[in-house]
Design a protein around this ligand. Structure first.
Ligand code: SF4
Length: 393
Protein backbone atom coordinates (compact mmCIF):
# COMPACT_ATOMS: atom_id res chain seq x y z
CA UNK A 1 0.00 0.00 0.00
CA UNK A 2 1.24 3.45 -0.74
CA UNK A 3 1.67 5.29 2.51
CA UNK A 4 1.04 8.77 1.12
CA UNK A 5 -2.43 7.87 -0.13
CA UNK A 6 -3.31 6.41 3.25
CA UNK A 7 -1.85 8.98 5.58
CA UNK A 8 -4.69 11.51 5.39
CA UNK A 9 -7.41 9.49 7.02
CA UNK A 10 -11.08 10.44 6.99
CA UNK A 11 -13.44 11.59 9.78
CA UNK A 12 -15.02 8.62 11.54
CA UNK A 13 -12.45 6.26 10.09
CA UNK A 14 -10.65 5.23 13.30
CA UNK A 15 -13.85 4.38 15.18
CA UNK A 16 -15.71 2.49 12.52
CA UNK A 17 -12.90 0.35 11.17
CA UNK A 18 -9.95 -1.56 12.42
CA UNK A 19 -6.90 0.62 11.95
CA UNK A 20 -3.33 0.98 13.07
CA UNK A 21 -1.13 4.06 13.44
CA UNK A 22 1.05 5.24 10.60
CA UNK A 23 3.85 7.60 11.56
CA UNK A 24 4.60 9.50 8.34
CA UNK A 25 7.40 12.03 7.94
CA UNK A 26 4.83 14.86 8.06
CA UNK A 27 3.53 13.46 11.33
CA UNK A 28 6.98 13.70 12.85
CA UNK A 29 6.85 17.46 12.24
CA UNK A 30 3.32 18.01 13.54
CA UNK A 31 3.24 15.31 16.21
CA UNK A 32 -0.01 14.03 14.64
CA UNK A 33 -0.59 10.35 14.13
CA UNK A 34 -2.41 9.22 11.01
CA UNK A 35 -4.05 5.84 10.83
CA UNK A 36 -4.29 3.26 8.07
CA UNK A 37 -6.53 0.21 7.78
CA UNK A 38 -4.98 -2.76 9.53
CA UNK A 39 -6.66 -5.21 7.15
CA UNK A 40 -8.66 -5.27 3.92
CA UNK A 41 -11.36 -7.72 2.92
CA UNK A 42 -11.12 -8.67 -0.75
CA UNK A 43 -14.22 -10.06 -2.49
CA UNK A 44 -14.36 -11.75 -5.86
CA UNK A 45 -17.62 -13.43 -6.81
CA UNK A 46 -18.78 -15.35 -3.75
CA UNK A 47 -15.32 -15.60 -2.25
CA UNK A 48 -13.87 -13.35 0.44
CA UNK A 49 -10.47 -13.21 1.99
CA UNK A 50 -8.74 -10.91 4.42
CA UNK A 51 -5.25 -9.46 3.97
CA UNK A 52 -3.05 -7.40 6.22
CA UNK A 53 -2.05 -3.90 5.11
CA UNK A 54 1.69 -3.23 5.11
CA UNK A 55 2.39 0.37 3.98
CA UNK A 56 5.11 0.32 1.34
CA UNK A 57 6.06 3.36 -0.74
CA UNK A 58 7.31 1.11 -3.54
CA UNK A 59 4.08 -0.87 -3.86
CA UNK A 60 2.21 -0.53 -7.18
CA UNK A 61 -1.07 -0.81 -5.23
CA UNK A 62 -2.75 2.33 -3.96
CA UNK A 63 -5.79 2.65 -1.75
CA UNK A 64 -8.16 5.55 -2.29
CA UNK A 65 -9.13 7.78 0.64
CA UNK A 66 -11.90 6.24 2.63
CA UNK A 67 -15.43 7.60 2.34
CA UNK A 68 -18.33 6.04 4.22
CA UNK A 69 -16.48 2.77 4.42
CA UNK A 70 -16.07 2.61 0.64
CA UNK A 71 -12.52 2.10 -0.54
CA UNK A 72 -10.97 1.48 -3.92
CA UNK A 73 -7.78 -0.30 -4.66
CA UNK A 74 -5.81 0.93 -7.67
CA UNK A 75 -3.02 -0.89 -9.44
CA UNK A 76 -4.65 -4.30 -9.83
CA UNK A 77 -4.70 -5.90 -13.29
CA UNK A 78 -7.53 -4.43 -15.41
CA UNK A 79 -9.47 -7.68 -15.60
CA UNK A 80 -9.35 -8.27 -11.83
CA UNK A 81 -12.87 -7.97 -10.47
CA UNK A 82 -12.09 -7.46 -6.83
CA UNK A 83 -14.23 -5.47 -4.41
CA UNK A 84 -12.49 -4.10 -1.35
CA UNK A 85 -13.91 -3.28 2.07
CA UNK A 86 -12.47 -2.55 5.47
CA UNK A 87 -12.53 -4.83 8.47
CA UNK A 88 -14.92 -3.32 10.99
CA UNK A 89 -13.94 -2.59 14.58
CA UNK A 90 -16.20 -4.25 17.11
CA UNK A 91 -17.00 -2.01 20.02
CA UNK A 92 -17.14 -4.78 22.59
CA UNK A 93 -13.37 -5.18 22.39
CA UNK A 94 -12.95 -1.54 23.47
CA UNK A 95 -15.12 -1.93 26.59
CA UNK A 96 -13.17 -2.11 29.82
CA UNK A 97 -12.75 -4.80 32.46
CA UNK A 98 -10.76 -3.88 35.56
CA UNK A 99 -9.77 -0.68 33.76
CA UNK A 100 -8.29 -2.43 30.72
CA UNK A 101 -9.84 -2.77 27.23
CA UNK A 102 -11.20 -6.22 26.49
CA UNK A 103 -8.87 -6.52 23.48
CA UNK A 104 -6.06 -6.83 26.05
CA UNK A 105 -7.63 -10.09 27.26
CA UNK A 106 -8.95 -11.55 24.06
CA UNK A 107 -7.85 -9.87 20.88
CA UNK A 108 -9.92 -9.99 17.70
CA UNK A 109 -7.95 -11.40 14.78
CA UNK A 110 -9.34 -11.14 11.28
CA UNK A 111 -13.14 -11.12 11.14
CA UNK A 112 -13.99 -14.07 13.32
CA UNK A 113 -11.10 -15.26 15.45
CA UNK A 114 -10.41 -14.55 19.09
CA UNK A 115 -6.88 -14.91 20.36
CA UNK A 116 -6.24 -15.48 24.05
CA UNK A 117 -2.66 -15.39 25.32
CA UNK A 118 -2.64 -15.75 29.11
CA UNK A 119 0.71 -14.05 29.51
CA UNK A 120 3.06 -11.85 27.57
CA UNK A 121 6.56 -12.73 26.57
CA UNK A 122 8.56 -15.81 25.81
CA UNK A 123 11.19 -17.38 28.00
CA UNK A 124 13.56 -17.73 25.04
CA UNK A 125 13.75 -13.95 24.76
CA UNK A 126 14.59 -13.72 28.46
CA UNK A 127 17.45 -16.18 27.93
CA UNK A 128 18.73 -14.88 24.57
CA UNK A 129 17.65 -18.07 22.80
CA UNK A 130 14.83 -16.67 20.70
CA UNK A 131 14.04 -18.04 17.24
CA UNK A 132 16.17 -16.23 14.66
CA UNK A 133 13.19 -14.88 12.67
CA UNK A 134 11.17 -13.68 15.69
CA UNK A 135 10.73 -10.05 16.66
CA UNK A 136 7.75 -10.53 18.98
CA UNK A 137 9.26 -9.74 22.35
CA UNK A 138 12.04 -7.41 23.29
CA UNK A 139 12.67 -6.35 26.87
CA UNK A 140 9.27 -5.96 28.49
CA UNK A 141 9.38 -3.36 31.21
CA UNK A 142 5.68 -2.54 31.33
CA UNK A 143 4.12 -2.55 34.77
CA UNK A 144 0.59 -2.63 36.17
CA UNK A 145 -0.78 -4.52 33.19
CA UNK A 146 -3.59 -6.95 33.82
CA UNK A 147 -1.84 -9.49 31.58
CA UNK A 148 0.96 -11.26 33.45
CA UNK A 149 4.37 -10.86 31.83
CA UNK A 150 7.01 -13.59 31.85
CA UNK A 151 9.54 -10.87 32.51
CA UNK A 152 8.07 -10.43 36.01
CA UNK A 153 8.88 -14.07 36.85
CA UNK A 154 12.53 -13.22 36.38
CA UNK A 155 12.61 -9.73 37.86
CA UNK A 156 10.18 -10.13 40.77
CA UNK A 157 10.04 -13.85 41.55
CA UNK A 158 13.68 -14.94 41.22
CA UNK A 159 12.79 -16.85 38.01
CA UNK A 160 10.30 -18.94 39.97
CA UNK A 161 7.54 -19.20 37.36
CA UNK A 162 5.09 -20.94 39.74
CA UNK A 163 5.41 -18.19 42.31
CA UNK A 164 4.87 -15.60 39.53
CA UNK A 165 1.74 -17.31 38.16
CA UNK A 166 0.33 -17.83 41.67
CA UNK A 167 0.69 -14.10 42.28
CA UNK A 168 -0.54 -12.88 38.88
CA UNK A 169 -2.69 -15.64 37.36
CA UNK A 170 -5.92 -15.60 39.44
CA UNK A 171 -6.66 -11.89 38.92
CA UNK A 172 -6.00 -12.24 35.21
CA UNK A 173 -8.24 -15.31 34.81
CA UNK A 174 -11.05 -13.62 36.69
CA UNK A 175 -10.83 -10.60 34.40
CA UNK A 176 -10.59 -12.86 31.33
CA UNK A 177 -13.84 -14.54 32.34
CA UNK A 178 -15.58 -11.17 32.52
CA UNK A 179 -14.12 -10.16 29.15
CA UNK A 180 -15.08 -13.38 27.36
CA UNK A 181 -18.58 -13.27 28.81
CA UNK A 182 -19.02 -9.82 27.27
CA UNK A 183 -17.61 -10.93 23.90
CA UNK A 184 -19.69 -14.09 23.65
CA UNK A 185 -22.83 -12.20 24.77
CA UNK A 186 -22.40 -9.84 21.82
CA UNK A 187 -22.38 -12.85 19.52
CA UNK A 188 -21.34 -10.81 16.50
CA UNK A 189 -18.35 -12.72 15.25
CA UNK A 190 -19.09 -13.72 11.65
CA UNK A 191 -19.13 -16.05 9.83
CA UNK A 192 -17.76 -18.36 12.54
CA UNK A 193 -16.21 -18.20 15.97
CA UNK A 194 -12.64 -19.45 15.95
CA UNK A 195 -10.66 -19.44 19.16
CA UNK A 196 -6.92 -19.77 19.55
CA UNK A 197 -5.35 -20.07 22.97
CA UNK A 198 -1.65 -19.43 22.58
CA UNK A 199 0.62 -20.16 25.51
CA UNK A 200 4.28 -19.20 25.40
CA UNK A 201 7.21 -20.83 27.09
CA UNK A 202 8.19 -20.44 30.73
CA UNK A 203 11.08 -21.97 32.69
CA UNK A 204 8.61 -24.66 33.79
CA UNK A 205 7.20 -26.68 30.84
CA UNK A 206 4.55 -28.31 33.05
CA UNK A 207 3.36 -24.94 34.32
CA UNK A 208 2.60 -23.61 30.85
CA UNK A 209 0.34 -26.61 30.21
CA UNK A 210 -1.38 -26.07 33.55
CA UNK A 211 -1.92 -22.43 32.57
CA UNK A 212 -3.33 -23.54 29.20
CA UNK A 213 -5.81 -25.88 30.87
CA UNK A 214 -6.83 -23.25 33.45
CA UNK A 215 -7.41 -20.80 30.61
CA UNK A 216 -9.45 -23.39 28.70
CA UNK A 217 -11.66 -24.00 31.76
CA UNK A 218 -12.16 -20.25 32.07
CA UNK A 219 -13.33 -20.12 28.43
CA UNK A 220 -15.55 -23.14 29.03
CA UNK A 221 -17.37 -21.34 31.85
CA UNK A 222 -18.33 -18.61 29.35
CA UNK A 223 -19.08 -20.82 26.34
CA UNK A 224 -18.70 -24.57 25.95
CA UNK A 225 -15.24 -24.98 24.54
CA UNK A 226 -16.19 -28.13 22.66
CA UNK A 227 -18.73 -26.09 20.67
CA UNK A 228 -16.07 -23.67 19.44
CA UNK A 229 -13.51 -24.20 16.65
CA UNK A 230 -10.64 -24.11 19.11
CA UNK A 231 -6.90 -24.62 18.89
CA UNK A 232 -4.25 -24.75 21.55
CA UNK A 233 -0.94 -23.40 20.28
CA UNK A 234 1.84 -24.40 22.69
CA UNK A 235 5.08 -26.37 22.97
CA UNK A 236 4.55 -30.16 23.08
CA UNK A 237 4.18 -31.49 26.64
CA UNK A 238 6.78 -33.68 28.29
CA UNK A 239 3.99 -35.82 29.75
CA UNK A 240 1.31 -37.44 27.59
CA UNK A 241 -1.27 -36.90 30.33
CA UNK A 242 -1.59 -33.31 29.15
CA UNK A 243 -2.69 -34.46 25.68
CA UNK A 244 -5.57 -36.39 27.22
CA UNK A 245 -6.49 -33.48 29.49
CA UNK A 246 -6.51 -31.05 26.57
CA UNK A 247 -8.91 -33.37 24.75
CA UNK A 248 -11.13 -33.73 27.82
CA UNK A 249 -11.37 -30.00 28.41
CA UNK A 250 -12.77 -29.54 24.91
CA UNK A 251 -10.00 -28.42 22.55
CA UNK A 252 -10.59 -29.59 19.00
CA UNK A 253 -7.01 -29.33 17.79
CA UNK A 254 -3.47 -28.92 19.01
CA UNK A 255 -0.78 -26.94 17.29
CA UNK A 256 2.91 -27.44 18.08
CA UNK A 257 4.99 -25.30 15.77
CA UNK A 258 8.21 -26.76 14.40
CA UNK A 259 8.86 -23.56 12.38
CA UNK A 260 11.30 -25.44 10.10
CA UNK A 261 11.92 -29.05 9.03
CA UNK A 262 15.03 -31.03 9.96
CA UNK A 263 16.89 -31.52 13.27
CA UNK A 264 19.86 -29.33 12.34
CA UNK A 265 17.67 -26.58 10.91
CA UNK A 266 15.43 -26.69 14.00
CA UNK A 267 18.45 -26.37 16.31
CA UNK A 268 19.84 -23.51 14.21
CA UNK A 269 16.70 -21.40 13.74
CA UNK A 270 15.00 -22.19 17.06
CA UNK A 271 17.77 -22.67 19.66
CA UNK A 272 15.52 -22.23 22.71
CA UNK A 273 12.77 -24.53 21.51
CA UNK A 274 15.16 -27.26 20.40
CA UNK A 275 16.97 -27.16 23.75
CA UNK A 276 13.70 -27.82 25.55
CA UNK A 277 12.60 -30.50 23.10
CA UNK A 278 14.85 -31.93 20.37
CA UNK A 279 13.40 -32.42 16.89
CA UNK A 280 12.86 -36.18 17.04
CA UNK A 281 11.02 -35.99 20.37
CA UNK A 282 8.94 -33.11 18.97
CA UNK A 283 7.84 -35.36 16.08
CA UNK A 284 6.98 -38.21 18.46
CA UNK A 285 4.69 -35.98 20.52
CA UNK A 286 3.06 -34.59 17.37
CA UNK A 287 2.28 -38.15 16.30
CA UNK A 288 0.79 -38.97 19.71
CA UNK A 289 -1.29 -35.78 19.52
CA UNK A 290 -2.66 -36.97 16.17
CA UNK A 291 -3.56 -40.30 17.81
CA UNK A 292 -5.40 -38.54 20.65
CA UNK A 293 -7.09 -35.76 18.63
CA UNK A 294 -7.54 -37.59 15.36
CA UNK A 295 -5.72 -37.50 12.05
CA UNK A 296 -5.27 -33.89 10.87
CA UNK A 297 -6.22 -32.39 14.24
CA UNK A 298 -2.60 -32.13 15.31
CA UNK A 299 -0.94 -29.37 13.33
CA UNK A 300 2.43 -27.74 13.00
CA UNK A 301 3.28 -24.37 11.50
CA UNK A 302 6.46 -23.70 9.55
CA UNK A 303 7.90 -20.43 8.34
CA UNK A 304 8.04 -20.84 4.56
CA UNK A 305 11.20 -19.23 3.22
CA UNK A 306 13.62 -20.52 5.86
CA UNK A 307 14.25 -23.46 3.52
CA UNK A 308 13.47 -24.12 -0.13
CA UNK A 309 10.21 -25.45 -1.50
CA UNK A 310 11.47 -29.03 -1.94
CA UNK A 311 12.71 -29.31 1.64
CA UNK A 312 9.53 -27.71 2.98
CA UNK A 313 7.27 -30.03 1.00
CA UNK A 314 9.27 -33.13 1.92
CA UNK A 315 8.86 -32.10 5.56
CA UNK A 316 5.10 -31.63 5.13
CA UNK A 317 4.87 -35.10 3.55
CA UNK A 318 6.72 -36.67 6.47
CA UNK A 319 4.36 -34.99 8.94
CA UNK A 320 1.34 -36.17 6.93
CA UNK A 321 2.57 -39.75 7.37
CA UNK A 322 2.25 -39.15 11.13
CA UNK A 323 -1.31 -37.80 10.72
CA UNK A 324 -0.13 -34.22 11.27
CA UNK A 325 -1.22 -31.29 9.06
CA UNK A 326 1.33 -28.62 8.12
CA UNK A 327 0.42 -24.93 8.14
CA UNK A 328 2.71 -22.15 7.08
CA UNK A 329 3.32 -18.47 7.35
CA UNK A 330 5.45 -16.67 4.78
CA UNK A 331 8.82 -15.51 6.03
CA UNK A 332 9.13 -11.71 6.22
CA UNK A 333 12.49 -10.29 7.33
CA UNK A 334 12.18 -8.31 10.56
CA UNK A 335 14.45 -5.42 11.42
CA UNK A 336 16.82 -6.15 14.29
CA UNK A 337 16.72 -9.95 13.86
CA UNK A 338 19.63 -12.10 12.59
CA UNK A 339 17.56 -12.82 9.44
CA UNK A 340 16.81 -9.18 8.63
CA UNK A 341 18.56 -9.42 5.25
CA UNK A 342 17.10 -12.77 4.17
CA UNK A 343 14.52 -12.08 1.42
CA UNK A 344 10.96 -13.33 1.54
CA UNK A 345 10.27 -16.27 -0.77
CA UNK A 346 9.26 -15.44 -4.35
CA UNK A 347 5.51 -15.45 -5.13
CA UNK A 348 5.97 -18.39 -7.53
CA UNK A 349 7.54 -20.47 -4.76
CA UNK A 350 4.67 -19.59 -2.39
CA UNK A 351 2.09 -20.51 -5.04
CA UNK A 352 3.91 -23.76 -5.89
CA UNK A 353 4.22 -24.83 -2.27
CA UNK A 354 0.59 -23.94 -1.55
CA UNK A 355 -0.67 -25.93 -4.50
CA UNK A 356 1.33 -29.02 -3.47
CA UNK A 357 0.27 -28.64 0.16
CA UNK A 358 -3.39 -28.50 -0.83
CA UNK A 359 -2.96 -31.74 -2.81
CA UNK A 360 -1.39 -33.27 0.29
CA UNK A 361 -4.37 -32.11 2.38
CA UNK A 362 -6.81 -33.73 -0.03
CA UNK A 363 -4.80 -36.94 -0.20
CA UNK A 364 -4.83 -37.23 3.62
CA UNK A 365 -8.31 -35.89 4.39
CA UNK A 366 -6.96 -32.78 6.17
CA UNK A 367 -8.86 -29.49 6.37
CA UNK A 368 -7.34 -25.98 6.42
CA UNK A 369 -7.10 -24.25 9.77
CA UNK A 370 -9.70 -21.52 10.54
CA UNK A 371 -11.17 -19.79 7.45
CA UNK A 372 -10.27 -17.17 4.84
CA UNK A 373 -11.63 -14.36 7.03
CA UNK A 374 -9.79 -15.29 10.19
CA UNK A 375 -6.52 -13.61 9.13
CA UNK A 376 -3.64 -15.02 7.17
CA UNK A 377 -3.20 -18.13 9.24
CA UNK A 378 -3.70 -20.41 6.30
CA UNK A 379 -3.32 -19.36 2.70
CA UNK A 380 -4.46 -22.89 1.94
CA UNK A 381 -8.02 -21.72 2.67
CA UNK A 382 -7.97 -19.48 -0.38
CA UNK A 383 -7.35 -22.29 -2.84
CA UNK A 384 -8.56 -25.41 -1.01
CA UNK A 385 -11.94 -25.50 -2.78
CA UNK A 386 -10.48 -24.57 -6.18
CA UNK A 387 -7.98 -27.40 -6.09
CA UNK A 388 -10.42 -30.10 -4.99
CA UNK A 389 -10.02 -33.37 -6.85
CA UNK A 390 -12.93 -34.12 -9.18
CA UNK A 391 -15.95 -35.59 -7.43
CA UNK A 392 -15.04 -34.32 -3.95
CA UNK A 393 -17.84 -32.48 -2.18
S1 SF4 B 1 9.00 -19.61 20.61
FE1 SF4 B 1 10.30 -18.57 19.11
S2 SF4 B 1 8.84 -17.68 17.63
FE2 SF4 B 1 7.69 -18.17 19.49
S3 SF4 B 1 7.71 -16.25 20.70
FE3 SF4 B 1 9.42 -17.53 21.42
S4 SF4 B 1 11.17 -16.83 20.24
FE4 SF4 B 1 9.35 -16.07 19.18
Amino acid sequence: MSADSLARGVPGYPDAFRTKPLQSSADHLTGAMSRVPSELILKSGRRCTIVKVVPNEASPLRLSPVESGEVRLFGLPEDAEVAVSLASARKVFEEKVEGFPIRDFCAPVGEDRIMVSPFRGCQHWEEGEQCLFCNLFGPDRERNRIIPSIHEARSEHFSNARSWWKARGPRYLDALEQALTAVFCMGDLHPHTHLCIMVGNTTDPELQWEIALETARTVDRCKRLSLVDSYLNIMPPQSETFLQEARSVGFRSLQFNLEVFGPDQFAHFCPGKSRIMPYQKFLEVLERAADVFGCGNARSNVVFGLQDEEAAFAGAESLAELGVATDYTVFVPKAGTPLSSLPSPAPDAIAGFTSRLVSLYHANGFRPIYCSLSSRSSIVNDVFGDLQPKGEA
